[in-house]
Design a binder for this molecule. Structure first.
Ligand code: GLN
Length: 218
């Protein structure tokens, strides 16, 4: 696993002006199932004020939301049970959302089977596209859109999906050397097949905070 320590920003950078003072940016992590705690830790290292989102009212006042890895069918069923589908769709019209792995699946319009989805991004995803749990793997590649792009990033895939196709407003922003799409972006919506929250390298979380900040009122 990536043991590299991040040399990235001091927490101060992620503050935004609010009212009279300067407050940390408020970011939610959907905490229904999956590795939401790891995202929380990464965001807190960057100085964000993190809220665990389990109910629609927890979205109030957030500048962005992360949907973690886990099991997309389980997360989708829990989103339905807690009446979160419509509030999350509405949130995504105006705010940054980043889905990692299962979270990316939930952002897609089409996954080739019937399961609850937010359907916010113009992309088709294939679940478990690299095989079973035992086929999980790691790879180091350059990621052009994060800080210090010349420094390799350690990607972790755990029964991950691939993006089969993007259309409309969505763009493929990262591919494996063989051309398979592993990250896509549509405005402030961002999807990755892999798990930056499982490394100590904070550059993807930093990138997401930039996205969230770009539309925050602060
Ligand atoms: N295989 C899971 C799914 O289809 C995603 C795995 C993950 O999030 N690491 O939902």
């Amino acid at each position: 696993m990536g043991a590299q320590r991040s040399a990235y920003p001091t927490p101060k950078r992620w503050q935004c002006a609010a009212g009279k003072g300067v407050l940390p940016m408020k970011i939610g992590v959907l905490a229904l199932q999956g590795d939401f705690r790891e995202h929380r830790i990464s965001l807190e290292k960057l100085g964000a004020d993190v809220t665990e989102v389990r109910l629609p009212q927890h979205l109030d006042g957030l500048s962005g939301l992360i949907i973690p890895g886990g099991e997309s069918t389980a997360i989708g069923k829990l989103m339905t049970a807690y009446d979160l589908l419509e509030p999350l769709r509405a949130f995504g019209q105006a705010h940054a959302i980043w889905g990692t792995c299962a979270g990316a699946i939930l952002l897609a319009k089409n996954v080739g089977r019937d399961q609850p989805l937010l359907g916010l991004m113009d992309m088709e995803i294939e679940r478990n596209a690299f095989g079973r749990q035992i086929d999980s793997f790691e790879i180091e590649i350059n990621v052009p859109f994060i800080a210090n792009p010349e420094q390799l990033y350690h990607l972790t895939f755990i029964r991950g999906p691939i993006v089969r196709r993007v259309w409309g407003e969505a763009r493929a922003v990262l591919t494996l050397p063989d051309g398979r799409i592993i990250a896509a972006r549509q405005g402030k919506l961002f999807a990755t097949s892999f798990h930056p929250e499982l490394t100590n390298d904070l550059r993807f979380h930093q990138f997401f905070l930039e996205l969230a900040k770009s539309e925050s009122t602060g």
